[in-house]
Design a protein around this ligand. Sequence first.
Ligand code: MG
Length: 307
Amino acid sequence: MTSNETQASNTIAIYDDRMTAIVDPDATLQKLADGAVHTEGSVYLPKDESVVYSDAHDNRLLRWSAKDGVTVLRHPSDYQNGNCLDLDNRLVSCSGGLRAIIRQEPNGEWIVLVDRYQGKRLNSPNDLVVKRDGSIWFTDPPYGITEPNQGYGGEQEQPGSYVYRFDPATGVINAIVTDMLRPNGLTFSPDECTLYVSDSSAFNLPDGYHYIRAYDVVSDRQVANGRVFAVIDPGQPDGLCVDEPGHVFATAQDGVQIYTSEGTLLGKILVPEVCANITFGGKTGNRLFIAAGHALYAIDLKTKGVK
Ligand code: MG
């Protein structure tokens, strides 16, 4: 612990008094489900109050609800990783195995939306977010190629690891962010004027990064003013999300770290396993679901996620 940190409870570490407006210092972390190899890609489904999440290293897609516990939705899942809902509440997901963005249709079938850029195969989409205009923004690091438990291997065809914008209405795909090593989790500020992207390259590159970059969203096709928003320690940042006031929630080795939109660390939700992804949910949108290690956790907050 650093000198400017106070430990409010076993779960909440406070670095700045503003943290107490986000979470009760005595809030408790609940473990909802266990037994996965490596959980990822948590997304909340309001229609049945469930959480769909990936067991990304065991090639499975899982579902948890208070009523049913854990059920297996897909096995194999073609190394599904990040999951999200589109504007029609369909699941859209990153497939590290198919090296594609996929979507579940109303009949339950999964279809490939996009798997190429400029005629070459994508690396292995990792995480995604749907913007209010319906476009899908996703990261494309090569982990499904380089890591045997995240995809089916193969040759990398893209010259780099980019953040793409794909418009399912037109089929147009554009590379938006091209200056990162291993873009991973991503999210927009509540006004969608800022794009935040994790770079997890320190995971397996000696000179890699473990920071979050922020970009000004200039247009549908362009971002500008890329800068380091926050350096994440310990570990690397993975999944990201924001709450209504614009705080940035970042997964890290020690839990979920919470930053102001200026990049000041307010505090941490300490989790006993390495955190990979987070999503807001619950009846009133103030429950944070955390995919970490072998498990799915939840904690109630005083703040809500962005719709
Ligand atoms: Mg990820």
